[in-house]
Design a protein around this ligand. Sequence first.
Ligand SMILES: C[S@@+](CC[C@H](N)C(=O)[O-])C[C@H]1O[C@@H](n2cnc3c(N)ncnc32)[C@H](O)[C@@H]1O
Length: 231
Amino acid sequence: MTRASLDKQPHEVASMFDGVAANYDLTNDVLSLGQARLWRKEVAKAVGARPGHTVLDLAAGTATSSLPFAATGAYVVPCDFSLGMLREGKKRHAWLPLTAGDATRLPFKDDVFDTVTISFGLRNVQDTDAALRELYRVTKPGGQVVICEFSQPTWGPFRTVYTEYLMRALPPVARAVSSNPDAYVYLAESIREWPDQPALAGLLQKAGWSKVAWRNLSGGIVALHRGVKTV
Ligand SMILES: C[S@@+](CC[C@H](N)C(=O)[O-])C[C@H]1O[C@@H](n2cnc3c(N)ncnc32)[C@H](O)[C@@H]1O
């Protein structure tokens, strides 16, 4: 298995991430031209973790996305269904409670997390609605969700350039830096198919989240969506 197909069969997605685990973080930095670090800082601000808080970082991969929350003293649970990504994470951050789990059937009780968050993961989950409902279930009443995901650049001319960069430049660059360039062809295709900002906000509302809002980063290449579980 080198890449998942766009129907995102869970075993194909997990196996694709198993295959890129060792080089995942480095490739991320290169392909995002360093923007990934900036996006993580914005996610950390939105999550607002602090000591005593419980945070679920779903689809955490190697747990790089969990580190800014853990650094605040919050209790952070990185969860993912790729054992390859989890193993790589465990090698680097043995002190974190890395947990195997599928986004659509989370291995947690109801109402346990102050914040649930998912960075660059929701787009890969086959059943988006089920994952959003599961995130809602495990969040404490009054708690929040923060979703960081690729989205649609808002300025038309930039959107055209970006789509060209994505569709044409990403696969050749990935061939030079990645152990599995096909995974990055999947990345480009899955971004193109993903709901835009208002459409994702609608999915959050449908799953029960209230006060849904979003903020664009890097002109809308990435969007941060938020929602609250009201009592
Ligand atoms: C692009 S990586 C993101 C990793 C990390 N959050 C980050 O920001 O670097 C996407 C992750 O989503 C995970 N994933 C995809 N579908 C999943 C599912 N249904 N349940 C749990 N994890 C899933 C993959 O295994 C992969 O590790």
